[in-house]
Write a protein that binds this ligand. Sequence first.
Ligand code: SF4
Length: 377
Amino acid sequence: MENLAGLYLHIPFCRRKCAYCDFYSKAQPKLIKPYVDALCWEMETHKDYLDECRPYRLRSIYFGGGTPSLLQASDFQQIFQTIEKHFDLSRCEEITLEANPDDLSEAYLASLRDLPFNRLSIGIQSFNDRELAFIKRRHNAQEAIAAVKRAQDAGFRNISIDLMASLPFQTLESFADSVAQAIALKPQHISAYLLGLEPEVPLSKSLAAGLWKECDEETSIAMYDMLCQRLTAAGYEHYEISNFALPGHRSRHNSAYWSGLPYLGLGPSAHSYNGRTRRWNAADLKAYLAGEQDYEEEILSLNDRFNDLILTRLRTCEGLDLIQLEEVFGKTRKDNCLKNAKPFIENGQMQQKDDWLRILPSAYALSDNIIRELLEV
Ligand code: SF4
């Protein structure tokens, strides 16, 4: 089998923090230039992590953040030159830039068209101005719509947009309206996530102060069911619990995570995986810029690798390949997995068919509970 891998580049800058966000990023865009130098330096020093993928043939590259659309064309040129120096891009199918709608001016999009990007992932989250303002996004609904149209006019033919459900003040109706607006823009891909809050983010504090009320579980499930039904009816393939794509437009980069391909993550807080170990960089921009690019690493036990397989594959519509499971982990573990899955197969939440075990789409909203029962402790 050909050795392919993914490359993730973390850009830890935002103009300002959104109220729900706990991704590692700083509102210090002035540090971008030295950061690009440090990122290229890390690429030189850590490229060997993918040693099983020699000669480092990349299938996908993903610029995430933070707000990668704060970088200028010259920054990207410097990064791409370094990537080309160290990796084989002959099999690279997808190069994604995460972008905020308000960064996507006509001039900026034109500058991106001269770079190798062939996919944009635009963080819209909602098409409701009250919801957007409360979570402190920098755009309103009209600006988001205009940004997607400008990207399409600039020639981007592979656009993903992000939506969020269970936002403050969101109702089933307002979420349905956001879903309708998303469909009307005809993006090739839509990711939709339920709001999840870490204790230290501002939205958790405003919740505790009684400024808004959390969506109840019944409404959250109704939102998810409506989303799945409307996107499927509009021709989107529901290929992963939170991801939908028009035919031929699944995210190659995220699919690689879910199918266990190795990946190298660069930048503070980025994670890497090479099949034997997992590595995560320290979330410390100051130290990173000072050349102290610390990371922690764990060697994956057989149990860790088994649980990784369950956690990732059961999120996808194909599910878990039982032949591969037995080949890698043995018959006893496979039989144990099927024994744990049996109650869910019997109650219609899972299906075992042609040596594949999968969670049925009607039970995706309960997938966390199902997957938990199949993990080995
Ligand atoms: S733009 Fe993205 S990374 Fe930055 S604060 Fe908002 S959600 Fe977080």
